[in-house]
Design a protein around this ligand. Structure first.
Ligand code: RBZ
Ligand code: NIO
Length: 350
């Protein structure tokens, strides 16, 4: 808890002066004012976050947090829970979607076992920080204890701090955990007090009757646990997940360390949302990668106040959207660094 408290105390707003200086630098480039749109917003904010008006393309790491979910026993996913450790092994072999797209963008994938119900042997690229062997079924009681939720948050916080110390210049979030769209829907429903139906979708691809059942299970879980919408840690503890907590911690740690963080899809955004509800300045440090097909994603993004960079109809998670968005963010940094000014190119200003 002490690390969490210290981390929250270390988060402050992004410097407005730096934002203005970065925009002034962009405005001198050989283009009509603002004509690179969102790429300018990305470059400006990256520069201000890091306090460097010429941020170079650097080392990028995607942390894919893995955890299991007790709620799976209610039949809320199209896949069995064994897929969680099986996919972790796939990540470690480099064969999953996130591995391919991270290689494409020049990012490294690190898998973090915060809560998988399986004992992994140590392996390169695997960080074993298991807090529990999965959450408990939140339709029958609290998913976690408050201590477990804080411990998982602190795993993410420590990873962000270590990444910064190691010279990583941008981190991304990802996750793997069969059943984890259910806690993600529960989190946004609890915080926004909207109906479960409005924010619950098909995850791995459940049919209509399974979707009706999933909605009822989540409603029952919220009714039973009654998480306090004004206490994000209570929401995380009662209806969240260990990997979602790890992501929330990574996002908090990134903000505290002035490290830009790229947030992946629906489940990652649930983690980022918890972090944003814990501290109002966190949103300034994050980049939303893409719009997920999951219907509840939009409401999460609106609550955070973030506009996603891409819309590729993704519904995979793992960090796949974050991987691609990192490439786009790098493009923004190159504009800031490599594009000629009007003076350098001898081009007349308007
Ligand atoms: C083979 C496979 C690879 C995945 N990679 C990410 N997910 C995604 O699907 C899961 C969430 O959906 P639900 O709540 O319906 O279980 C998570 O593990 C998420 O990362 C996968 C799912 C499967 C089946
Ligand atoms: O948007 C996501 O991250 C997502 C959506 C469905 C299933 N798994 C992940």
């Amino acid at each position: 808890m002490e690390l969490l408290t210290r981390t929250l105390a270390a988060i402050s707003p992004v410097d407005e002066t730096l934002l203005a200086q970065a925009q002034a630098k962009l405005d001198n480039k050989t283009k009509p004012l603002g004509s690179l749109g969102t790429l300018e917003e990305v470059a400006r904010r990256f520069a201000a976050i890091t306090g460097n008006l010429s941020p170079q393309v650097g080392k990028k790491v995607i942390f894919t947090f893995a955890g299991d979910h007790g709620i799976v026993e209610e039949g809320v996913s199209a896949f069995p829970k064994e897929v969680t450790p099986q996919m972790v092994l796939n990540f470690l072999r480099g064969g999953a979607g996130v591995n391919v797209l991270a290689r494409h963008s020049g990012a490294e994938v690190r898998v973090v076992d915060v809560g998988v119900d399986y004992d992994f042997d140590p392996a390169p690229g695997l960080i074993i920080k298991k807090i529990a062997k999965g959450t408990r079924n939140f339709a029958k009681g609290s998913a976690m204890t408050r201590e477990e939720a804080v411990a998982a948050l602190e795993v993410g916080i420590e990873l962000a701090a270590k990444a910064k110390a190691e010279g990583v210049t941008m981190v991304g979030t990802g996750e793997m955990g069969i059943g984890n769209t259910s806690p993600s829907s529960a989190i946004i429903a609890a915080l926004s007090r909207c109906s479960v139906r409005e924010v619950t979708h098909r995850g791995t691809g459940i049919n209509d009757s399974a979707l009706e059942h999933k909605i009822k299970v989540i409603e029952a879980g919220l009714e039973l646990n009654r998480p306090d919408p004004n206490d994000p840690l209570d929401v995380l503890t009662k209806v969240g997940g260990l990997e979602i907590a790890g992501i929330a911690g990574l996002v908090l740690g990134a903000a505290a360390n002035r490290l830009p963080v790229v947030v992946d899809g629906f489940i990652s955004t649930a983690g980022a949302l918890i972090a944003c509800e814990m501290h109002p300045c966190v949103r300034e440090y994050l980049f939303a990668a893409h719009t997920s097909v999951e219907i509840g994603h939009q409401m999460m993004l609106e609550r955070i106040g973030a506009t996603p960079l891409l819309d590729l109809k993704f519904r995979l998670g793992e960090g796949t959207g974050a991987a691609l968005a990192m490439g786009l963010i790098d493009a923004g940094l190159k504009i800031l660094n490599e594009m000629a000014t009007f003076a350098e190119a001898g081009v007349s200003e308007g």
